[in-house]
Design a protein around this ligand. Structure first.
Ligand code: ACO
Length: 332
């Protein structure tokens, strides 16, 4: 017997950010940088920093509770928990299992995915498949990060870019033809060397030497990542619209990964899309990797920028190197 494919949409959103703010001016006393350099090269003015006692799962749980309330679902309704993160609490158990325990979700499967900044889009696409095939009814997808814990605060090339936060979505079946119209995922693993956190895994287990030489921190070739990003953001947007049988003229709103204002502006220019249709909040939060898109989507909704029936594109790129996009016909 064949399965009926269901339409799947986001029926609730929530986000959570640590309270502590680190401004560009604060950074001026930590590394050799300036507010002017950071703002003009990236668009970032400040970012949120989690305290020593806060782990990724704490931010994820807080965001999840808000998304559940927004969707009107309880812990008993959740069939699957997917956490996208590059900064898990630990290697195992997964952050998703820790969140499951925090939320008191008894009957669900739970797992993490590692697609860095693209993780939330990977999570949405995977969650959608479980619901559309009938294997789950309610899926909780979270993007959560504490990147400031893996930043080298002596490296001005990277530490000015990142921030902490979490965003969560509840996925459920929606009316046919609404919700996620198409999604596209991709990776170019041969470019992985441009953005790494080299130590702490099986290739380079933790030793005093790996700690001393800063190998547990983010290492990035910013120029190469930038080149990849400005190419893939418009391409991924065009391709996902085409997959949905739409054109760029049908886009009502874009929520891009919030890494760098110049990357977003370059993509908008190539797509010939006005800035009023593109959401940016990276000035307040920096790059929160997998949390950037869900936090931005939650804020755009709160500000009333997305209406029922809008075609909303989510598009991102990240370590891997990975990329992903999806178009959602907003159903609430
Ligand atoms: N303050 C002052 N000067 C700085 C700083 C800083 N914070 N950082 C770098 N510089 C200097 C550099 O040392 C360099 O000096 P030099 O010419 O004397 O060597 C100069 O500024 C220019 O450096 P560039 O690398 O050319 O600067 P660029 O304009 O390319 O901007 C940036 C750098 C912002 C990192 C950009 O390349 C970028 O955004 N890349 C993409 C990064 C990204 O999006 N990563 C996302 C993935 S994260 C994830 O997946 C976890």
């Amino acid at each position: 017997m064949g399965r009926t494919v269901k339409s799947v949409g986001i029926t609730g959103m929530g986000s959570h950010l640590p309270e502590r703010i680190l401004t560009n001016y604060d950074l001026e006393s930590i590394v050799d940088t300036s507010d002017e350099w950071i703002r003009t090269r990236t668009g970032i003015s400040e970012r949120r920093i989690s305290d020593a006692d806060t782990a990724t799962s704490d931010l994820a749980t807080a965001a999840a509770l808000k998304a559940m309330e927004d969707a009107g679902v309880t812990a008993d309704d959740i069939d699957a928990i997917i956490v996208a993160t590059a900064t898990p609490d630990m290697a195992f158990p997964s952050t998703a299992c820790i969140v499951q325990s925090n939320l008191g979700v008894k009957e669900a499967f739970a797992f993490d995915i590692e697609a860095a900044c693209t993780g939330f889009i990977y999570g949405l696409s995977i969650g959608e498949k479980f619901i559309s095939t009938g294997d789950a009814k309610t899926v909780l997808v979270i993007g959560a990060e504490t990147l400031t814990k893996v930043c080298n605060w002596e490296d001005r090339n990277t530490c000015v870019l990142f921030g902490d936060g979490a965003g969560a979505a509840i996925l459920r079946e929606v009316e046919s033809g609404w919700g996620i119209l198409a999604s596209l995922l991709g990776a170019e693993g041969w470019k992985g060397k441009f953005l790494t956190l080299p130590a702490g895994g099986s290739r380079m287990p933790a030793t005093l030497e790996t700690v001393k030489s800063g190998k547990h921190f983010i290492h990035m070739n910013g120029g190469e990542v930038y080149k990849f990003a400005v190419g893939i953001m418009p391409t991924a947007t065009l391709k996902v619209m085409e997959k949905a049988g739409l054109t760029t003229g049908d886009i009502d709103f874009i929520v891009p990964h919030q890494a760098n204002k110049r990357i977003v502006e370059s993509a908008a220019k190539r797509l010939k899309i006005g800035s009023e249709k593109i959401f940016m909040n990276l000035n307040k939060y920096g790059n929160m990797s997998s949390a950037s898109i869900p936090v931005a989507l939650d804020e755009a909704l709160e500000q009333g920028l997305i209406k029922k029936g809008d075609n909303v594109v989510l598009v991102g790129f990240g370590a891997g190197l990975t990329w992903g996009s999806c178009v959602i016909k907003w159903s609430r």
